[in-house]
Design a protein around this ligand. Structure first.
Ligand code: C2E
Ligand code: MG
Ligand code: MG
Ligand code: MG
Length: 289
């Protein structure tokens, strides 16, 4: 009987595995079509300072599938990364972000702040990554000082020498560099302190841990590390006023999360701004795109 049960289990296991493999294949096939047919939509989520003034926004990709509707990045970015399709997708994201900014320019829309773009590890590791950025900057006449590149800890770890050089080059061009998902990887501080960075992004997982009235030694030290390294510190996934207040007390200056705004279609951003004039920084501020 035990033997039978074992056999049944392995049948169930294999059926499950087969389903996973099929799903993955289907996503991979779908992604190729999606790239050819422009089924992706750029979303943006506002970022604010302690006064709730807008400092910029993060670009978040969505897949608008003709049959399945909106597919969140969690369901296709990993497949895109495993199959190498992330290179085409990553290029698509940068190009369309730049094109949208150029269009805002042409229409005379001024959108304050930085636009942050997520760069995947493989994309960052490409030897022509910086060249691609230069070509797109030229093509869309974008000033790199308005663009922040969000790179994860794990992406930066792969080739230390190359990473440092590349980051230095990108910053020399004028890009801001943000370390995304800080604290979730395995990078040592000794290594991080040598990297040319501008911002640390504290991952939502840490923000979720904040409890009213409780001290948060871990986040507190992450924020203080950032500040000692002279970096801007931004906390993501902020959902409550309490969380924000505690983060402010711990020295965090920048925030992103549902408390301020959910991500929205990038094309809706100028309208959203008009409805949120109280979130605009003081006039005369030098950060209009
Ligand atoms: P991430 O870069 O850490 O992005 C933050 C995620 O947290 C976004 O999820 C955002 O919608 C979500 N979020 C922000 N504030 C809140 C909040 O207050 N509460 C909750 N519950 N969630 C919040 P999203 O858009 O589903 O993206 C998930 C991940 O997918 C991103 O994590 C990023 O790693 C990846 N991703 C998204 N867009 C891109 C892209 O354009 N390129 C690449 N390479 N990866 C992307
Ligand atoms: Mg990000
Ligand atoms: Mg993040
Ligand atoms: Mg995160």
């Amino acid at each position: 009987q035990a033997k039978n049960a074992g056999r049944n289990n392995s049948v169930i296991y294999e059926a499950g595995l087969q389903r996973l493999v099929n799903e993955r294949l289907e996503i991979e096939r779908g992604l190729r079509v999606a790239l050819d047919e422009d089924q992706f939509v750029l979303y943006i989520q506002p970022q604010v300072d302690h006064m709730n003034h807008l400092t910029g926004g993060e670009i978040l990709i969505r897949w608008l599938h003709p049959d399945k509707g909106m597919i969140p990045p969690f369901n296709f970015i990993p497949v895109a990364e495993e199959t190498g399709l992330i290179l085409r997708l990553g290029y698509w994201i940068i190009e369309h972000t730049f094109a949208c900014i150029a269009q805002w320019h042409a229409e005379g829309q001024s959108v304050p702040g930085q636009i942050s773009i997520n760069i995947s590890a493989w994309q960052f590791a490409q030897s022509d990554f910086t060249d691609q950025l230069h070509i797109l900057l030229d093509e869309y006449r974008i000033n790199p000082k308005h663009i922040t590149l969000e790179i994860t800890e794990t992406a930066l770890l792969s080739d230390i020498g190359d990473t440092k050089l590349k980051l230095a080059l990108l910053r020399k061009t004028g890009f801001r560099i943000s370390l995304d998902d800080f604290g979730t990887g395995y990078s040592s501080l000794a290594y991080l302190k040598d990297l040319p960075l501008d911002e640390l992004k504290i991952d939502k997982a840490f923000v979720d841990e904040i409890r009213p009235g409780e001290r948060q030694p871990l986040i507190e030290s992450m924020i203080s590390i950032g500040r000692h390294m002279n970096l801007d510190v931004l906390a993501e996934g902020v959902e409550t006023e309490k969380q924000k207040q505690q983060l402010v007390q711990m020295g965090c200056q920048n925030f992103q999360g549902y408390l301020f705004s959910r991500p929205m279609a990038m094309s809706d951003f100028p309208e959203w701004l008009k409805a949120h004039m109280d979130m605009l920084p003081d006039p005369g501020h030098d950060y209009c795109i």
